[in-house]
Design a protein around this ligand. Structure first.
Ligand code: C5P
Length: 400
């Protein structure tokens, strides 16, 4: 769980996106956060406090003059107990008040009285969002170190299309989790590969490797959350790109090689997560081959370039990290691979239950030997790998 034990104060203001705040509350709790909710008067026109009470498992603050609060200071206590104050949705009116230090109701008062970082997820009509007054307020809030999550573009409740939609609840949860990550790769450029490659035999057939791309995408997200500028070169996968990551889609190993090599030296880190096909058909048939023409065809294969080894062999290579997925003899094969490719760090992954799952068992191989990591979710392991990479960038000989 990405928010295990984190204390989140959730403020809900009165926009139509308030109905999505219920799902947001549920997802925060699902990720392990303890959530306290406060609602504005207008928010209660869209959803009821009972909904948030049931989802958060805690009483909901709705009134500045709540007689049930022991010291009568709900606005002070609320955020003092939290590690982050998240306002979602945040209306244009609310943002204007906070930007100007106005505290004339419960939510604005507790926001002004907060003792923790503030994140806001704006939600409003596109004209309200693009209005210079709102943009001025957003600039003020950014200057005050308030985290602005979104907004997204798309269809709006009013039927118009444009910027101003609240981010989806899952995206907001992702941003809250990112907020808690140390920014150890801030300003660093990281290049990586992910997914399988597909090597065409003819226009409708090909050779490929099994790879969902999930591990690579989790690493891209973890690197982004650590503050890195991430470029992800990936083969055919059905996964959404983590926001803020530059994605370059390719099909074959040769295309992946062509996209990676010219970029490699401009990056400080290269991670090869892709399951690159070792071979490709020497000749690609222009038309679909017919079984009547050739009942037992023989496909001649040519070897693909080793992208990771080629990057590691550059005169000034980035810090190179490789992966080895094995079904047996993991330690032996992985260390052999690390030496053959001349890379400082290799992640060994024992495939026991097939590909595509959400948890993994990893052993890191480096000059010091091998280091087993506790089995964990892909995102947790990705965050550990990124932490190790950050340590190696700071001190290439740091002990594990
Ligand atoms: O040699 P093997 O395919 O087992 O090595 C796996 C590692 O090398 C992975 O990090 C993979 O992304 C990378 N690799 C590569 N280009 C290839 C083959 C593997 O970058 N042609």
């Amino acid at each position: 769980m990405d928010l295990e034990g984190k204390r989140v104060a959730l403020g809900v203001t009165g926009g139509i996106a308030a109905y999505k705040a219920a799902e947001l509350c549920r997802l925060l709790v699902k990720q392990g956060a303890s959530v306290r909710v406060a609602m504005s008067e207008a928010a209660m026109r869209f959803v009821t406090p009972t909904t948030f009470q049931a989802l958060s498992g805690n009483p909901v603050f709705t009134d500045r003059w709540d007689a049930g609060v022991a010291n009568g200071m709900a606005h002070i206590d609320f955020s003092r107990e939290a590690e982050v104050l998240l306002i979602a949705p945040a209306t244009a009116d609310f943002l204007a008040k906070v930007a100007n230090g106005i505290a004339d109701d419960l939510l604005t008062t507790l926001t002004l009285a907060r003792d923790c970082p503030l994140l806001v997820a704006p939600a409003m009509n596109r004209q309200m969002w693009s209005n210079p007054a709102t943009q001025r307020n957003i600039a003020t809030l950014t200057g005050d170190a308030v985290g602005i999550l979104g907004p997204a573009s798309g269809e709006q409740a009013c039927g118009e299309i444009g910027e101003g939609r609240m981010l989806e609840p899952a995206e907001i949860v992702e941003d809250v989790a990112a907020h808690f990550q140390p920014k150890r790769l801030k300003g660093r450029k990281l290049l990586m590969t992910a997914g399988p490659t597909f090597e065409a035999i003819d226009p409708v057939r090909g050779i490929t490797n099994l790879s969902s791309g999930k591990m690579g995408f989790a690493i891209a997200r973890a690197a982004r959350d650590a503050g890195a500028e991430v470029t992800l070169v990936c083969g055919p996968v059905a996964l959404p790109t983590p926001r803020g990551v530059t994605r370059i889609d390719i099909t074959s190993a040769l295309e992946m090689h062509a996209q990676v090599m010219p970029r490699a030296t401009a990056h400080e880190v290269f991670i090869g997560v892709a399951a690159v096909a070792d071979y490709r058909p020497s000749k690609v048939s222009e038309h679909k081959t017919k079984k009547d023409d050739n009942p037992s065809p023989v496909i001649e294969l040519a070897q693909n370039p080793d992208i990771l080894a080629d990057v590691a062999a550059l005169p000034q290579p980035p810090l190179c990290v490789g992966f080895a997925a094995e079904t047996r003899n993991l330690a032996e094969y992985a260390e052999k691979k690390r030496r053959a490719k001349k890379i400082p760090l290799l992640v060994g992954n024992l495939i026991q239950d097939g590909f595509g799952g959400d948890t993994n068992t990893w052993i890191l191989f480096d000059d010091d030997g091998q280091h087993a990591l506790e089995p964990a979710s892909k995102l947790t392991l990705a965050r550990r790998l990124i932490a190790r990479i950050a340590t190696l960038l700071e001190n290439p000989h740091a002990p594990h």
